[in-house]
Design a protein around this ligand. Structure first.
Ligand code: ZN
Ligand code: ZN
Ligand code: ZN
Length: 254
């Protein structure tokens, strides 16, 4: 299992436009965060989690050659607005399976109506094979890559976390329901939402994220979806052993 962080920033990205704070003006590449997304590679398969607003730039930077599926956490702009940019992959390999929960499909089909109800001929539309997934119901991609979607609460919105073997990706959440807590035991790697140091109504912040880490006890934890309040080197010292702020380009293997 190999996980590559394509983006680790909150919805505005970091730097934030027009901001002159210590993080936004930092020269450290680990303080430059595109919108959240990861690539997971396992058993010859390559999966993308979320087509972020920065997907095209991320795919080029990463050297993406093909995808076997796209897992969507939820339909907020920062996680989905890159969907149109799967087209070059469609041109080469045909339609691509996209996996999302019922609520996300309602929004995706509204926002990207031109994909699902084309109004004119031509123009090279994205080719999406929609798959509806349900929390706690594992599905298989390709021959044998099992993915388990798990429900998280993001303010009031139910969003999907994904577990693949001993790796789990859980972003954009304020609460982890009890059944999902049970399903996130015995992890090697947990990627977890962590917006900033102060409280937030729809995201985890450092203390609350660390509280979940304490209860779930994954071997390694990587925080993501970070705002400019978090400066990588300055603040990394504040985290306990085994817990890290992720950064764009970071690769984690088992
Ligand atoms: Zn987000
Ligand atoms: Zn800033
Ligand atoms: Zn969100």
């Amino acid at each position: 299992m190999k996980l590559t962080f394509l983006g680790t920033g909150t919805s505005t990205g970091v730097p934030s436009i027009g901001c002159e704070c210590e993080t936004c003006t930092s020269e450290d590449s680990r303080d430059k965060r595109l919108r959240v997304s990861v690539i997971i590679e396992h058993a010859g398969h390559t999966l993308l989690i979320d087509t972020s607003s920065d997907f095209r730039q991320q795919a080029l930077r990463y050297g993406l050659k093909r995808l076997d599926g796209v897992l969507i956490t939820h339909c907020h702009a920062d996680h989905i607005f890159g969907l149109d940019d799967i087209r070059p992959l469609n041109f080469r390999f045909g339609a691509l399976g996209v996996y999302a929960n019922e609520r996300a499909w309602v929004d995706i089909k509204r926002i990207f109506k031109y994909i699902f109800e084309p109004s004119h001929f031509g123009g090279g539309l994205p080719q999406v094979i929609p798959n509806t997934i349900y929390p706690g119901a594992p599905f298989v991609i390709g021959k044998d890559l099992t993915v388990t979607p798990l429900e998280l609460i993001h303010g009031r919105l139910p969003v999907m976390a994904y577990r693949l073997n001993d790796f789990a990706y859980a972003t954009d959440l304020s609460e982890i329901p009890p059944t999902t807590m049970d399903a996130l035991r015995d992890l090697d790697v947990l990627v977890l939402d962590c917006l900033r140091f102060t409280q937030h109504p729809t995201h985890l912040w450092v203390d609350k994220a660390l509280d979940y880490v304490e209860r779930l006890k994954p071997r390694r934890t990587f925080f993501t979806h970070m705002a400019h309040d978090i400066k990588h080197v300055r603040d990394s010292a504040r985290l306990p052993e085994g817990v890290h702020f992720a950064y764009d380009g970071l690769v984690v293997t088992d």
